[in-house]
Design a protein around this ligand. Structure first.
Ligand code: PHE
Length: 453
């Protein structure tokens, strides 16, 4: 176990790295389309409740586990509970990272295609219908998306190979503010489109009738996905955090920034959706159709869209690095495989999954498991099953398995910070979070009815 020479993030570096992991396609691509499919404001409300009551406590738990143990996801559980089978929770996280990467790199590859198209000024004077058609042609193509996907995976692998600290700390500190700025500008442009306020109504009007078990599960899954929780990523990053870092305030800041980016992205997208008469329940292609269309209405459209897709690609990159790091730290510390071999070997595996996911949108469209192609299967399996289940075990571990005094010491950095919420935190990790997640899962899979509730 690499205890002595473990990398230490600076205070800002820790926020930048964790926010870099959290902010990604989940916020700008996935959140808006899920919201569109699930009826707008109702989804937003349930999402925010999940973030506050489940996401934040699980993030604090993960940071504490990692920093206490100073090890990778599985190694952390093994260090803190050497006798039990808890390390399996960490191993599940490693597997989960792998599956997430399998579809994530496909969409990341799409962002590269859109950078190329933006530079070629392909979006000016094009109707939404044409944008839609060209997206479909591209994403169902056999080779083109795969080329970009392989390139993106290679970038990820190169950065992980070079070591995380310099790459992530430096790049995220610079990129995240830029991303905010661009999304705010786009939001303003989008709201001021004719009919744009309809989109804001859709976003903020809560129709309670639209909340059902499917919406709740999808909001909870999105909260875990967007905050990179339940699969050891924040354990791994927590293990790189400095002993003086105030873990709960770092977690709070990351959570707020992540949620803000998701809301800003929706503010940019939905007014445009209503203004151009696009179906809000469009699905994964939403961002790739609406945003190019807003750009096409702006002065200097090629510059804006190039900048936006570059930032989207970079935001994805800081997430894919964190996903690959979970696997590489595990292989390196637990299986004693060199970082180089681990990074290259796992990237090859990711590319194979990526090919399966990409083909499932085109030539393998007919091939489904439980009614889902590989792309959707990887997505649903991770965000709707593995991450929430991981969240249950992580909460239980911190709530019941680790001594309360040890948790206090970790969260307060040995008494340096006041932790007035300790009892509330333990109440949530012991009871509320595990039970709520379990109920949401059971409810969605129809088991509560079956059990006679
Ligand atoms: N949180 C990232 C996003 O929103 C995805 C991710 C999930 C990254 C899990 C790391 C771990 O895009």
């Amino acid at each position: 176990m690499a205890k002595k020479d473990r990398i230490n993030f600076s205070k800002i570096g820790a926020i930048a790295a964790a926010t870099g992991s959290a902010v990604g396609l989940g916020n700008i691509w996935r959140f808006p389309y899920l919201l569109g499919e699930s009826g707008g404001g109702a989804f937003l409300l349930v999402y925010i409740l999940c973030v506050i009551f489940l996401g934040l406590p699980v993030m604090i738990s993960e940071f504490s586990i990692g920093r206490m143990a100073q090890a990778n996801a599985a190694g952390s559980f093994r260090t803190l509970a050497p006798k039990g089978k808890w390390w399996l929770v960490g191993l599940m996280g490693v597997i989960c990272s792998f599956i997430i990467l399998g579809f994530y790199v496909v969409v990341s590859g799409w962002t590269l295609e859109y950078i190329a198209q933006s530079i070629g000024n392909k979006f000016s004077h094009v109707s939404p219908a044409q944008l839609n058609q060209s997206f479909t042609n591209f994403s169902t193509d056999t080779f083109r998306p795969i080329g970009w996907m392989i390139l993106f995976t290679a970038f990820t692998c190169a950065i992980v190979l070079a070591g995380v600290k310099d790459g992530i700390e430096k790049s995220t500190k610079f990129m995240m503010p830029l991303l905010f700025l661009i999304i705010i500008i786009l939001g303003i442009r989008s709201i001021t489109l004719p009919n744009g306020t309809e989109g804001l109504k859709f976003l903020f009007k809560t129709d309670f009738g639209k909340i059902n078990s499917e919406v709740v599960l999808s909001a909870m899954g999105q909260a875990f996905f967007s905050l990179s929780l339940g699969m050891g990523c924040m354990i791994t990053y927590g293990s790189y955090m400095n002993k003086h870092n105030n873990l709960s305030s770092t977690a709070l800041q990351v959570t707020i920034l992540d949620t803000l980016v998701a809301i800003l992205a929706s503010i940019a997208i939905f007014p445009a959706v209503f203004s151009f008469g696009i179906d809000p329940a469009q699905g994964p292609e939403l961002v790739f159709i609406t945003l190019p269309h807003i750009f096409s209405q702006m002065q200097g459209s090629a510059i804006w869209s190039t900048l936006f897709f570059i930032l989207l690609a970079l935001a994805s990159l800081t997430s894919t690095i964190s996903l690959l790091e979970v696997i590489v730290a595990y292989m390196n510390e637990e299986l004693h495989i060199s970082r180089a071999k681990a990074a290259i070997g796992s990237s090859v595996g990711v590319i194979i999954l990526g090919v399966m996911a990409s083909f499932s949108l085109g030539i393998w469209k007919e091939f489904t498991i439980f009614g889902l192609g590989f792309f959707d299967l990887f997505d649903a399996l991770t965000s709707k099953v593995l991450m929430p289940v991981g969240g249950i075990f992580i909460s239980l571990f911190v709530g019941w398995k680790i001594d309360k005094q040890k948790i206090y010491k970790e969260l307060s950095s040995n008494g340096k910070y006041k932790i007035p919420f300790l009892n509330v935190f333990l109440l949530i990790t012991r009871y509320l979070a595990p039970l709520a997640i379990l109920l949401i899962l059971l409810n969605q899979f129809g088991l509560t009815k079956w059990l006679g509730f």
